[in-house]
Design a protein around this ligand. Structure first.
Ligand code: PMP
Length: 407
């Protein structure tokens, strides 16, 4: 743990200096995507200016250089999430693609009519719809673990729902609406006690927690670079080696084969078996630079910062009359959903926008969770380490304005 000059850290992010309606931007939509530091932007630019060539193909120095840079990111990510082997790291477009890959390549061949896929009430659509598509294809069923009013998974119900027909549990590490940190390590142990594999949706966790896939003992872990200060269009699926080896390819094409004839194709070993076609080379290199950036700040420092900002924001928001925070789990990250009596969340975000404060309003790709709380939508402020107390003060000031306008 070291003291970081968080104010100076803002200077690493060029976008934070922008103004809207004559006011300096307060960016509080980090759960949707984070801003990118100069080091990430420079790494992508450097790749295109000096290193651009297709990977794993050319027998010339430039292509080998590009391949080395790309493959070095696999090692970085292996260490970042503490995977046992670099071959367990598959580059994908993002969390959504990672989950679809597991649905179609891992689970589909193992699923029969009447089997169950277990998810929770607080899942993002990308951890619901791929399983629904699969259920329609196979006659399997989706089962949904209930949550409490404070936004926590009901572990007693979960225990009862794990049964002989359950083929996979897929649960988010951190809720993108409530901020709840789910006890996935415990949940994984409970599933494994019944030989049921477990996928963790780490989209909101990778930038906020120290992820150790071996300590968690998860079978699959998915996350996106763009929520981790890296570029869009790149992400990771971690899978245990033995499982990956047992899975057929997700997509066919170049890069993923060892031998092709018109009669038969032999595939490469993982991870290449799952990386058909020219990958997002610049995106992966940008993701590697983002991980370097985060590790240089230190995850312990980032986590401490997150909890400080969360505490400050919760207290400040609670002072607003008629404001209700949705999601009050004791163990949560700095994602704060709220509603204001008699005001639609879209009206809140529209007024805030003119104040230079960017938040999200809507269903946050979690419509069933909105239904659980009998809400059409919420307003959501989600923080990152580059936010500060002044940002939160400006948020609260702008919400007070909304309060005054609506009486
Ligand atoms: N799961 C969760 C919890 C998320 O917050 C998100 C992104 N909002 C996703 C999955 C999907 O990530 P992506 O759009 O990057 O594929």
């Amino acid at each position: 743990l070291v003291d970081i000059d968080w104010h100076a850290v803002r200077d690493d992010f060029p976008l934070l200096g922008r103004t809207f309606y004559g006011k300096e931007l307060v960016y509080l939509d980090n759960a949707a995507t984070t801003q990118k530091p100069n080091s990430v932007i420079n790494a992508i630019e450097h790749y295109y200016r000096f290193d651009n060539a297709n990977v794993h193909r050319g027998i010339y120095a430039l292509s080998e250089q590009a391949t080395r840079a790309y493959e070095a990111c696999r090692d970085k990510i292996q260490h970042f999430i503490h995977a046992a082997n670099r071959e367990e790291i598959i580059f994908v477009r993002g969390t959504t693609e990672a989950i679809n890959l597991v649905a179609q390549s891992y689970l589909r061949p193992r699923l029969k009519a009447g089997d169950e896929i277990l998810i929770s009430t607080m899942e993002h659509h990308s951890n619901i719809v791929p399983w629904q598509i699969l259920a329609e294809q196979t006659g399997a069923k989706l089962a949904v673990i209930p949550i409490t009013d404070s936004g926590e998974i009901r572990l007693d119900d979960y225990q009862k729902m794990l049964n002989q027909r359950t083929r996979l549990v897929a649960v988010t590490h951190v809720s993108n609406v409530l901020g709840t940190i789910n006890p996935v390590q415990q949940m994984i142990a409970m599933a494994h006690a019944k030989d049921i594999p477990f996928l963790v949706d780490g989209a909101q966790a990778a930038a906020k927690l120290s992820v150790d896939v071996q300590a968690l003992d998860c079978d699959f872990y998915a996350f996106s670079s763009h929520k981790l200060y890296g570029p869009t269009g790149a992400g990771v699926l971690y899978g245990k080696q033995l499982l990956l080896e047992s899975m057929p390819p997700y997509q066919g094409g170049g890069e993923m084969i060892s031998q092709v004839t018109f009669e038969k194709t032999e595939y490469k070993a993982p991870p290449y078996k799952f990386e058909a076609g020219t990958p997002n080379i610049a995106g992966v290199i940008g993701m590697g630079a983002a991980i370097d950036y985060v590790l240089a700040l230190g995850l312990t420092n980032i986590i401490r910062r997150d909890q400080q900002l969360l505490r400050y924001a919760r207290q400040a928001l609670q002072s607003v009359k008629g404001l209700h925070i949705i999601g009050n789990a004791p163990n949560k990250t700095s994602i704060i959903s709220f509603v204001l009596d008699d005001v639609h969340p879209h009206d809140i975000s529209t007024v805030l926008d003119v104040e230079g404060v960017a938040i999200r309003a809507g269903h946050h790709c979690a419509m069933p969770l909105m239904q659980r709380f009998h809400l059409p939508a919420t307003a959501r402020a989600s923080l990152a380490f580059y936010n500060n107390e002044q940002d939160i003060d400006r948020l609260v000031f702008a919400i007070q304005k909304v309060r005054d306008m609506w009486g």
